[in-house]
Design a protein around this ligand. Structure first.
Ligand SMILES: [Fe+2]
Ligand SMILES: [Fe+2]
Length: 398
């Protein structure tokens, strides 16, 4: 696969533009890397311009001012000087420069596909389009977040009670007046970020565009990071390209919103063949799909093991998440950190599903769990059974 760097990255780690020429004639992909915070966030978001029988844009990134708000201001985290110094349209300009280097303009885009309903993947779409009207596709299971201007708030609110039960310090003030003021500041409707998905994806197979199908762009449902996460498989030969959104990342590991569903998706990915290159939405490309899948499976086995052993005495989710060594980076037990809490939570949830962990206490609305006392390997066998579907029952939601 021929790779050409059209523009190197800037000091902030984004702005790089790379072109990949697929072995098939008339199929090329340009990766445009746009600003999104590192360390506190997943790192710069890669947008992909796919040029085949139609022009398709995968993902739209997050505007600079909203990335600053989400990752630093609303989470009350110190903002580095170089991030503070970015112009409000920094990310938008990175995208336009990439588009220009690909020899295209916004009016050339026939279809925008949104890989999933997280804010770093679609909030900049309205600014990019600025009145242009390509078709917009996303999996229907993530359209509540993408299409509803209040979708992001509803995602937060639906988790509030659960996050409190983890024992993590709250980011929300319990006083209604303070909360009301915060919600006024979070007026996403006035920010113009909601997107109208008019080409829903609900099945695997070639992507549809206004009644036609694009044979060289195939959608594959890969749930577990979000319910409606999708990947795109490009080409039809032995060296296909998988654009996988946040489902596989390198070197960081994606956070599942449902570990059972995510492990099932990993199993599907491990059985995919004829993939020569995997291009994720953050970080580095993946040259060996099966090796990356095995690494992630082993990573979650080890984290399940760590979680299980830690619950030899009663533990809350937050006590697990903020333990030394649970994450590579330090998690301050006194600070609101929903990604850390949710990561521990999904591992505890899966252990609980197979009776490896049981809730033993609720104190001050915080839930505590204790392990079953069996050897971990026996518990893990039941998890593997569940992942492989041998114990699965659709009626019971798992
Ligand atoms: Fe994501
Ligand atoms: Fe992301």
């Amino acid at each position: 696969m021929q790779e050409t760097i059209l523009k190197p990255q800037s000091a902030i780690g984004s702005g790089r533009v790379r072109r990949f020429d697929a072995p098939e004639k008339n199929l090329r992909v340009t990766q445009i890397t746009t600003f999104c915070p590192d360390v506190i966030g997943p790192g710069p978001t890669h947008l992909y311009l796919i040029e085949g029988s139609a022009i398709v844009l995968l993902d739209a990134g997050i505007p600079t001012h909203l990335a600053q708000a989400f990752f630093y201001q609303w989470r009350n985290q110190p903002m580095p000087a170089e991030v503070q110094a970015l112009l409000p349209d920094h990310t938008l300009q990175e995208f336009f420069q990439g588009l220009e280097l690909a020899g295209r303009s916004v009016s050339d885009i026939d279809l925008v596909v949104i890989s999933h309903g997280h804010p770093d993947h679609f909030l900049m779409l309205q600014s990019i389009l600025n009145g242009a009207k390509p078709a917009i596709a996303a999996h229907i299971l993530d359209t509540p977040e993408i299409c509803n201007p209040w979708g992001l708030l509803s995602m937060w609110l639906s988790r509030t009670e659960q996050l409190q039960a983890t024992g993590m310090p709250s980011a929300w003030s319990p006083r209604p007046a303070v909360r009301d003021e915060l919600f006024r500041n979070l007026n996403l409707e006035s920010m113009g970020v909601a997107v109208r998905v008019d080409t829903p994806i609900f099945d695997n197979g070639p992507v549809r565009l206004r009644g036609a199908t694009l044979s060289e762009v195939e959608a594959i449902h890969l749930p577990g990071h979000t319910p409606g996460s999708i990947g795109l498989i490009l080409g039809q030969g032995d060296d296909r390209i998988l654009l996988c959104g946040d489902v596989l990342l390198n070197p960081i590991t994606p956070h599942p919103d449902n570990l059972l569903v995510y492990l099932r998706t990993l199993r599907v990915l491990g059985q995919l063949d004829r993939i020569g290159l995997v291009l994720p939405a953050h970080g580095e490309e993946i040259r060996d799909l099966k090796a990356r899948v095995q690494f992630l499976q082993e990573h979650h086995r080890q984290r399940l093991n760590l979680t299980y052993e830690a619950c030899g005495s009663p533990c809350s989710v937050w006590e697990i998440a903020s333990r030394d060594g649970y994450f590579d980076t330090y998690v301050n037990p006194a600070k609101f950190n929903p990604l850390a809490a949710l990561e521990a939570l999904v591992h505890m949830e899966l252990l609980n599903m197979v009776d490896g962990l049981r809730r033993c206490d609720i104190r001050n609305d915080v839930h505590y769990f204790k392990n079953s006392g069996e050897p971990f390997d026996r518990v893990y066998e039941r998890i593997v059974d569940l992942v492989e579907g041998r114990n699965s029952g659709a009626m019971m939601r798992y």
